[in-house]
Design a protein around this ligand. Structure first.
Ligand SMILES: C[S@@+](CC[C@H](N)C(=O)[O-])C[C@H]1O[C@@H](n2cnc3c(N)ncnc32)[C@H](O)[C@@H]1O
Length: 679
């Protein structure tokens, strides 16, 4: 087997007969109208480069360090030791390093793990990957090639460094046994009738075998009138046929992602529900996924670096920074001036004291603040924010999916972060109905963060015997009382007029919680807390990391499921969430909207809607047309307030930063920060 880097994956096919077969040269397909739409937005040439870059994985792995548990330097050294001690350095980029050093010197340990060079992101490390490599399938001359075909989603993970897991396997050669070498290809949707797309392989399909030049077809026939008169003879003829029936052979050309060792037999793969099916040994892209390199390495990492690191795309790390209003001293000063001027312009009068106070507040991130992360799972940005706040204050993390809330809890617990309060809640319903909120007076007092009754969801200390008991043991704000009619109410201590009816079932539930305790990091086993929403104006900052087309994530091997209509749907959904965010943030607070897409329309629609509907003191955003390709530029520039003129002046420069061969991990990402004025 040969594994060498190649500037073009199809430049050196393993054998003439296999030309193009064992290569990775994917062609990302779009719906024609979506392609036209993007070509118009970016220009045909640029869009072609974006498409090409989207179909390939990034060549580094971005790691955020939990600086509350460790220092970036410490983690860097531990990572370098782990990578080198486990022989992963050669596996990751040995050949590239040799090439970089002209083959004269062994590679430097330091080139494998590097610190992120951008100001404000000192907690980020990059681990180098490499590719594309040509991976020949060097089968035994007398053996047929054993093949596995995986789903597109599985292949996208494998290209990022994961192993092949059982559910991702679609088809497999017959007689694959544990320990066999297998070539791994991906089945990507192909056009079928009526403009539809389909994979065309059902799970469990037996791959009949492929060309290797040594298959023989045996034809046996008899002849009654033989040369030897009355004797019957058998004639056998051998044909060396180029390949045996495999209906999808051609479709998988150029979609070869490497080879590995089968971790179970064919029958096992299609019988068990989960587990590793193939341990990848050779990859077209070598990327150190710490979830996938090897079970041994994963074991080491879990023990050596548990809770100290989190794998996260670079723009996501930037988003948390933006929410934290990170500003250099000089830019802070400019920003204050800018905020005041924007306010004056908007209001047409000199700003009042409140505005000045707000502007100064912005440059002074408060560890005790109350932050809302509206779409939080799996908790990447939530934990980044909590760390920036030194685990002080409160980060309320919402997700509508129960299991995803569990993921947030797990991550927060792993990272030892106690200020995170995860709740199951539909972010579209995150503003508590004001008729329920009897404490209108409290809600009006927008400067005080309000202790809400998501608060309904806090571990509740109550009794059913009529005696009043504190519900919130820390602040003693809510009391359970029983009326003469034996109905039970929750009453706010500060506002005895406010009552909320509590069913006996709810009280019994709360009693159980009281008995068992909330557990580590308030994680009560398999249960998650539900919230009924929050009062208006009750958060200092809100992050809306909205569900989006995710068209900025790479690698992406198929994009034709996106239609113009589906691209618009994200916008509508996001606008409704933004309305909730505006209600929840207090005057003088900050809303950060982030989305991972190359769709400038998706970005613009939200920003335009926000600006048309609400008044903001200022908006800091990345230019939609720069999209993700400017992400690296964005890291250098995110603390600037962009004006339309500035962007026009610098667009050419920013666009040039986008080089499809650059190792950025996300092609499209958009961040906008809204500084909320008086409401
Ligand atoms: C882009 S992901 C968030 C990633 C996360 N911010 C991070 O950095 O780890 C979007 C999340 O929004 C959640 N989501 C979608 N619609 C939602 C809704 N209506 N309410 C709450 N969460 C929602 C999804 O379950 C998904 O976990």
């Amino acid at each position: 087997m040969d594994s060498s880097p190649s500037p073009s994956p199809s430049a050196a096919p393993p054998a003439a007969a296999d030309a193009g077969r064992y290569t990775f040269s994917p062609k990302l397909r779009w719906q024609p109208e979506v392609e036209e739409y993007f070509a118009a937005a970016y220009g045909r040439d640029r869009f072609a480069r974006i498409t090409e870059a989207l179909a390939h994985p990034s060549r580094y792995c971005c790691i955020r360090v939990n600086t509350l548990k460790s220092s970036t330097d410490d983690v860097m050294h531990k990572l370098m030791d782990l990578v080198c001690e486990n022989g992963l350095s050669d596996g990751i980029n040995g050949l590239e390093i040799v090439e970089q050093n002209c083959g004269e010197q062994p590679h430097e340990r330091s080139s494998l793990v590097q610190k992120c060079p951008y100001a404000g992101l000192e907690n980020v490390l990059f681990v180098q990957g490499s590719g594309p490599h040509v991976v020949h399938y060097n089968s035994q001359p007398d053996q047929s090639v054993k093949e596995i075909v995986v789903s597109r989603k599985c292949a996208e993970s494998v290209l990022r460094g994961a192993q092949v897991y059982v559910p991702g396997v679609l088809a497999c050669s017959s007689h694959v046994e544990k320990g066999d070498k297998v070539a791994v290809s991906v089945a990507v949707e192909q056009p079928v009738k009526d403009g539809d797309w389909a994979v065309g392989i059902t799970r469990g399909t037996v791959l009949q075998g492929l060309q290797s030049g040594k298959f023989f077809f045996v034809e046996v026939f008899t002849c009654a009138t033989s040369f030897f008169l009355d004797k019957r003879c058998i004639f056998i003829e051998l044909y060396n046929i180029p390949h045996v029936a495999d209906a999808h052979y051609e479709e998988r050309k150029g979609l070869y992602i490497g080879q590995g060792t089968a971790a179970m037999s064919r029958s096992g793969i299609f019988r068990v529900p989960h587990g590793i099916a193939v341990e990848m040994t050779e990859r077209v892209y070598k990327l150190p996924s710490f979830n996938g390199i090897s079970a041994y390495f994963l074991h080491l990492l879990q023990h050596v670096l548990e809770g100290e690191i989190f794998l996260q795309n670079l723009p996501s790390v930037v988003t948390a920074r933006v929410l934290d209003a990170y500003l250099s001293t000089f830019d802070s000063f400019l920003h204050v001036i800018h905020s005041i001027i924007s306010y004056c312009i908007a209001k047409r009068f000199w700003p009042d004291l409140y505005c000045i106070k707000f502007a100064i507040h912005l440059i002074d991130p408060q560890p005790g603040e109350r932050i809302l992360d509206m779409c939080a799972a799996p908790g990447g940005k939530t934990t980044a924010i909590a760390i920036l706040m030194m685990d002080k204050g409160e980060v309320v993390a919402l997700d509508r999916s129960h299991n995803k809330v569990m993921d947030i809890m797990k991550l927060a617990s792993e990272m030892d972060l106690n200020c995170i309060k995860p709740y199951k809640l539909d972010a579209l319903k995150s503003v508590r109905r004001t008729d329920e909120a009897t404490n209108v007076a409290m809600a009006d007092n927008h400067c005080e963060p309000i202790k809400t009754l998501a608060e309904d969801s806090e571990p509740c200390h109550a009794t059913v015997d009529g005696r009043a008991t504190n519900v919130d043991k820390d602040s003693s704000t809510t009391t359970v009382v029983q009326s003469e009619t034996e109905q039970t109410f929750l009453v706010d201590d500060k506002n005895p007029e406010s009552k909320r009816y509590v069913s006996k079932a709810e009280l019994r539930k709360n009693l159980r919680r009281m008995k068992n305790g909330p557990g580590r990091n308030n994680c009560s086993g398999g249960r998650v807390e539900k919230s009924k929403g929050f009062f208006p104006n009750s958060f200092d900052r809100v992050l809306l990391d909205a569900p989006c087309s995710a068209l900025g994530l790479r690698p992406r091997l198929f994009a034709a499921e996106e239609t113009l209509e589906s691209l618009k749907t994200h916008g509508k959904y996001q606008r409704r969430m933004f309305d909730q965010a505006v209600k929840l943030v207090r005057p003088g607070g900050v809303i950060v909207y982030s989305t991972c897409t190359i769709n400038p329309g998706e970005n613009e629609a939200l920003v335009r809607y926000a600006l048309d509907t609400y008044k903001f003191l200022s908006l800091v955003s990345q230019h939609p047309k720069v999209g993700g390709p400017g992400v690296v530029g964005w890291c250098e520039l995110f603390n600037k307030t962009y004006t339309e003129e500035w962007l026009t002046e610098h667009e050419a420069e920013l666009v040039q930063r986008f080089d499809p061969s650059s190792p950025v991990d996300t092609i499209g990402f958009f961040i906008a920060k809204f500084n909320v004025g008086e409401k």
